[in-house]
Write a protein that binds this ligand. Structure first.
Ligand code: CAA
Length: 282
């Protein structure tokens, strides 16, 4: 099977990034948002990132126009009727994602692969709501998608070897390194990352160091590009809490128990960069 036309459900930070990278690599890309307003915002974001690349001399004006020309925005699921692969990148909520997968199953052609960009929800459960679980898998991209080189490919209990092979080839055609992991809560990256982030919040909570020194410790001591608290602000405190709760629910170990400070900050709307304040003010 050859993948030519991609569908992306959601044109937020992740869906928009996936749309941009697919179109930059020659794929006709259909992206769906819930309203014209959200669609305009999402495609506008892609436009300004590409404009930045033109200003830096990385692409030409013609190149930018070609990329944008490969993107079709829609508010209708019916537009996915011609896709070979549809990647879901809606909000991180199992019920919402299941509803999207049910809808996609009824619309995408029988040969189409359905992928989820979920960072924590079971791929096997998403596959189970469709009539094609062997063609369902996870494609977990990292933010910002155009910059981050990794895709975690998550293999559900029913995912077929053919689906894995075709999707790996697609991921590599985007210039990404693809790693494989069986469907397990948190996959590889969040299984390791979330306890580290929660521990950083515990250090703030117990007052043993300033947030600046906690971050500097990991930037200069371990060569991380961002310290844990800046990374929490970047990912979103609400998103991190959601993933931690999913992992806690699955494993029932203190490793994934969200500290009260994180829960309180989310309750107060201090969700990080996107809300203007988290551990730092933006
Ligand atoms: N979209 C596209 N390009 C972007 C971008 C975006 N949102 N943000 C930054 N860039 C590009 C810039 O244009 C710049 O490109 P050039 O080198 O061509 O000029 C490059 O990235 C570096 O950007 P800056 O110089 O502005 O800033 P920086 O050096 O601070 O780098 C960063 C920005 C790459 C985002 C860096 O801060 C970083 O690596 N952050 C960590 C990101 C990370 O860890 N992401 C994973 C989060 S975990 C996750 O996503 C999984 C999950 O499930 C929770």
């Amino acid at each position: 099977m050859i993948i030519k036309t991609i569908g992306v459900v959601g044109c937020g930070l992740m869906g928009g990034g996936i749309t941009q990278v697919a179109a930059q690599n020659g794929y006709c890309t259909i992206v769906r948002e819930a309203s014209d307003e959200l669609l305009e915002k999402g495609i506008g974001r892609i436009d300004s990132i590409l404009a930045g690349n033109v200003a830096k001399g990385k692409i030409t004006e013609d190149g930018k126009a070609e990329v944008l020309g490969r993107i079709t925005g829609t508010t209708e699921f019916a537009a996915f009727g011609t896709c070979d692969l549809v990647i879901e990148a809606v909000t991180e909520n199992a019920d919402v994602k299941k509803e999207v997968f049910r809808t996609l199953d009824g619309i995408a052609p029988p040969h189409a692969i359905l992928a989820s960009n979920t960072s924590s929800i079971s791929i096997t459960e998403l596959g189970a709501v469709t009539g094609r679980p062997s063609q369902v898998l996870g494609l977990h991209f990292f933010n910002p998608v155009p910059v981050m080189k990794l895709i975690e490919m998550v293999i559900g209990l029913e995912t077929s070897a053919e689906t894995v092979a075709v999707t790996r080839a697609f991921g590599e055609s985007l210039g990404k390194q693809v790693i494989e992991v069986k469907d397990t809560p948190g996959f590889i990256v969040n299984y390791l990352l979330i306890p580290y982030l929660l521990d950083a919040v515990r250090l703030v909570e117990t007052g043993v160091a300033t947030r600046e020194d906690i971050d500097t410790g990991m930037v200069l001591g371990c060569s991380h590009p961002l310290g844990p608290l800046k990374l929490l602000d970047f990912i979103g405190l609400d998103t991190t809490l959601y993933i931690a709760d999913v992992l806690y629910d699955a494993f029932r170990t203190d490793r994934y128990a969200a500290p009260p400070l994180l829960r309180k900050m989310v309750a107060a709307g201090k969700n990080g960069r996107k809300s203007g304040e988290g551990f730092y003010i933006y």
